[in-house]
Design a protein around this ligand. Sequence first.
Ligand SMILES: Cc1ncc(COP(=O)(O)O)c(C=O)c1O
Length: 399
Amino acid sequence: MTYPNARETEEAHYARYYARKPVTIVRGRGSLLYDDNGGEYIDCTGAYGACIVGHAHPKVAQAISDQAKMLIACHGSTYNDARARFVSRLSTILPNHLNRLFLSNSGAEAVECAIKVARKSTGRRKIIAVKGAFHGKTHGALSATWDAKYRKNFEPLVPGFVHIPFDNHEAAKETITNDTAAVFIEPVQGEGGIRVPSKEWLSLLDDLVHDAGGLLVADEIQTGFGRTGRMFAFEHADVKPDILCLGKGIASGLPIGLTAAAEGTMSSLSVGEHTTTFGGNPVVCAAGSATINVLLDEGLVDNAAKVGDYFKTGLGQLMDNHKIVREVRGLGLMLAAEMRFDVHGIITNALSGGVLVLDAGRNILRFLPPLCIETQQVDRVLAVLGRILEQEELAKLPS
Ligand SMILES: Cc1ncc(COP(=O)(O)O)c(C=O)c1O
């Protein structure tokens, strides 16, 4: 039975760290979510990108339930069959050269592991990240994150981090030097506003850091596992990451982080230097194996490319019809519409119209729907947005 007064209860007890939408979600199926009054929503947030194969996919739910009846807790200090199955399944979709994996519980932890591996394996300290980057909010990951609103009250952060301007060739050439341990990239910046860097700049970073003897770290926590219409977003460019950070959707919404690197790089950390109690949890691993199966069996990476193009074209038409839309950008089902104004009102009105949508900064609408979203559902989203933009335009741009 649904817990009554969920909103009031959370308000009374839970830390006020999230900007909340006034809705209590109790159920989901595919790209649809339902509230405690039975109201239906098309989910364009995908639980912040953590729902890739659709909500409560029956095959994933079955795998979780089967595993929970067998074994729920199993520390990494013993072997486990569900974990073995998952890492073996992962190795079939990860790039061949990234053949050593470490499992943790969140994206930020995947980044923490990458920072330690990069520093220890190179013997260097300097980490280069990009202006606008988001890599998480734990202290190490936060040091690579750019936005002052997340950083300023927690300084001093971890020393040795430098940020270079996005898509700027000269700054990259000046900053990537032979004391650089690693360059961290998001192949598409997510929280920073769905910014797609040029392929040339990504290739330049790859060349520069490898010539300098450092490592290229691709943070694909938001872009990975099909989100951009390829299994990994770095595949859109000619780059070869030495470390891959993953998370979000690969266990269908159960907590996970994953760091992958070549044997020689990963093994620079010795036994005990980096562990976590829950990493490689059997239930999460069972969900992960089932998620990979669904992702491949249902052709969801291709669906992300196809429906993503359709969605982007539709958003482009909204831009043609509404001056309030400044730009539409993104790859696959990682899309943004940048507005000329604050998007808060649009998000609230979309919710009333049965569409859940995210922001990425003050004036950017972000769309990260499950990769199984259908074109008819996209049509409904576009129709709702079209109506809202018309009203917004009348209110904000009187002719
Ligand atoms: C690119 C990127 N890196 C790291 C993170 C942090 O992941 P988590 O919130 O699971 O710690 C995020 C989360 O949005 C992300 O988008």
